[in-house]
Write a protein that binds this ligand. Structure first.
Ligand code: ADP
Ligand code: MG
Length: 244
């Protein structure tokens, strides 16, 4: 088995005092895995990702990145530690060009000399973005904007990449293209935590999955088992028992 990349134990977290959104969540992602977190709206999926990224107050529990405790580490330091996060919304600078967005992703590292090369490397992975490198990012299609957001996060050379509902608002075809890219990113050696509403597409590219409900992980298993599970089908895949 590969080393643990991200391990969350008994995580309790929330936004306002005395209201816990996460009530003892546990999950583990091994190096090189793609793991999806599913769950109904309001289950706490974004809160989980934000708590791991240092953006929501952790009240108790632990978060370890390659064995090192990171709960309490400031959000801006997470990038240096190898953890990148693509938020669900507002994840690009709309008025900046594609190129400028990617450059922003590397700023925290201050590696000016290789910046040009890093941007070009992203255009190899995302050729569509290369063709639109000087276009204002806000004028791109939804799928292209998500690719800018992912590419920008990759500019920091993360070991673990967390994506919060990257497929939201995309057509099935674009979801396919984007998730194909997510697999390519994994092939580059990046471990991926994916939060999704689009259970079917997410499970299709994932190794394992967790279902979050009421602030705890309720179901966990291989992506393949989840896709075949009637319970999951009914809850998240829009399949009704007895009708399909
Ligand atoms: N910034 C915030 N301040 C206070 N409560 C919030 C905030 N963001 C989310 N919540 C609450 O946390 C709960 C979980 O939300 P969220 O993590 O966004 O769920 P999901 O991503 O699974 O849809 C919801 O009840 C939501 O109202
Ligand atoms: Mg969310």
């Amino acid at each position: 088995m590969n080393a643990s990349a991200l391990a969350v134990q008994d995580l309790v977290a929330g936004y306002v005092p005395e209201v816990n959104i996460l009530r003892g969540v546990g999950l583990e992602i091994r190096s090189g895995e793609i793991v999806t977190v599913l769950g109904p709206n309001g289950a706490g999926k974004s809160t989980l990702i934000k708590a791991i990224a240092g953006l929501v107050t952790v009240r108790s529990g632990s978060i370890r990145l390659f064995g090192e405790e990171i709960s309490g580490v400031a959000a801006h330091e997470m990038v240096q530690r190898g953890l990148a996060y693509v938020p669900q919304t507002d994840n690009i600078f709309a008025r900046l060009s594609v190129e400028e967005n990617l450059e922003m992703g590397a700023y925290s590292h201050g590696r000016g000399i290789t910046l040009r090369d890093e941007v070009e490397r992203m255009f190899v992975l995302f050729p569509r973005l290369g063709e639109r490198r000087r276009q204002a990012s806000g004028t791109l299609s939804g799928g292209e904007r998500q690719m800018v957001a992912v590419a920008r996060a990759l500019m920091a050379k993360p070991r673990v990449l967390m994506l919060d509902e990257p497929s939201a608002g995309l057509s099935p075809k674009l979801v396919g293209i984007l998730f194909g890219k997510v697999r390519e990113v994994r092939e580059l050696g990046v471990t991926i935590l994916l939060v999704e509403q689009n259970a079917k597409a997410a499970l299709a590219i994932s190794d394992r999955a967790y279902v979050l409900a009421e602030g705890r992980e309720r179901i966990t298993g291989s992506a393949r088992d989840m896709l075949a599970s009637p319970e999951i089908g009914e809850l998240y895949l829009g399949v009704r028992r007895g009708l399909s």
